[in-house]
Design a protein around this ligand. Sequence first.
Ligand code: R5P
Length: 312
Amino acid sequence: MEGRLQVFSGNANLALAKDIAACLNMNLGRATVSTFKNGETRIKIEENVRGSDVFIVQPTCTPVNNNLMELLILIDAVRRASAARITAVIPYYGYAKQEKKTTGREPISAKLVANLIRTAGAHRVLTMDLHAPAIEGFFDIPVDHLQAGQLLSEYVRGLNLKDPVVISPDAGGVGRANAFRERIGASLAIIAKQRPRPDAVEMLEMVGDVAGRPAVIVDDMISTGGTLVEAAKSLRQRGATHVYACATHGIFAGDGISALRDSQMVETIVTDTIPQAPESVDARIRTISVAPLFAEAILRIHKDLSLSALFS
Ligand code: R5P
C-alpha cells in the first residue's frame, strides 16, 4: 500500500488505540469525536488523510449504539476526505450474539451492522474472536480475524497448574476450548448449558472429569458473568480444586464484576479489547493487552504482508 499509515480512534477504547499507535511508533491521528447538544455524534478529522491508508480503532462495546455511530461517521468522514483505504479495526464486535434468528420475527442484527460498516465506506475489517466465526461471511469485504487464544494460553501456562482441565461452558465453544487445551497441554471437559430466558443461565450436564484437578473455563466473552459463575459452582461441586476463567472480551454487563467477585473463581483473565478497570480495583481480574498483536496486524496489512503467522 503506497499511502501513509494513519490510525484514528473514537471514544470506545482510547487507551487501546493509543497503545496500538505507540506499538507502531506513531501518534493517533487528530480528530474531534464529540456530541452535539441535540445528542447527535459530531466528528471532525483534524489532519489531512488524502491518499492515506487509514485504520479506525473502535470496539462496539457499551455504549454500543453510540460507539457504533462514532465508527460509522468516522469512516464516512475519512472517506469523504479522500483516504485511499479504510480499515475498520473492531477489537470487539457488538451485536454478534444476534447472528441468527432463534424464533420468528427477530432481526439478524450482526448482519445489519456489517452492512452499515460496508455502506459507510470501510474497505476492510480487522477484528478479534467474533462470537460466531460465520459473521466474517456477513461482510463482502476482506475480514482479518485475530484470536486472543495464544496470549491467554501463554498466561495460563505461566501459572504452572498441575494436570489442568480446560472447560468449554457450552457446546458452541468446544472448538475454542479444544485449541486452548492443545496449547497448554490439558484435557477437555464440556458443560451443556441452557438459557431459560435472555441473560439467565442454567447448567445441565458435564462431560469429562475434573475431580482433584484445576479447571480453566475458556469463553469468547463475559457478558453478565452468569455463565462463569454457574460453571464455577458446578465445577467445584464436581471436585475441581481451583477454577480459573479466560475470555477475550470482558463486557461485565450489569453486576458482572460483583457476580464474579462473589463467585468461586480464583482468577479471571480477559483482554483489553474492551476498556477494563485497573487491576487495583479487583486483583482477581487480570487484563492482557492485545495492542501489540493489533499493531503487528495493522503493519502487515499496510505492507500487504501475510497475516497467517498471527493466526497460528
Ligand atoms: C455464549 O454463547 C457466549 O459464548 C458466552 O458464554 C456468553 O455470552 C456469556 O454471557 P454471560 O456472561 O451473560 O453468561
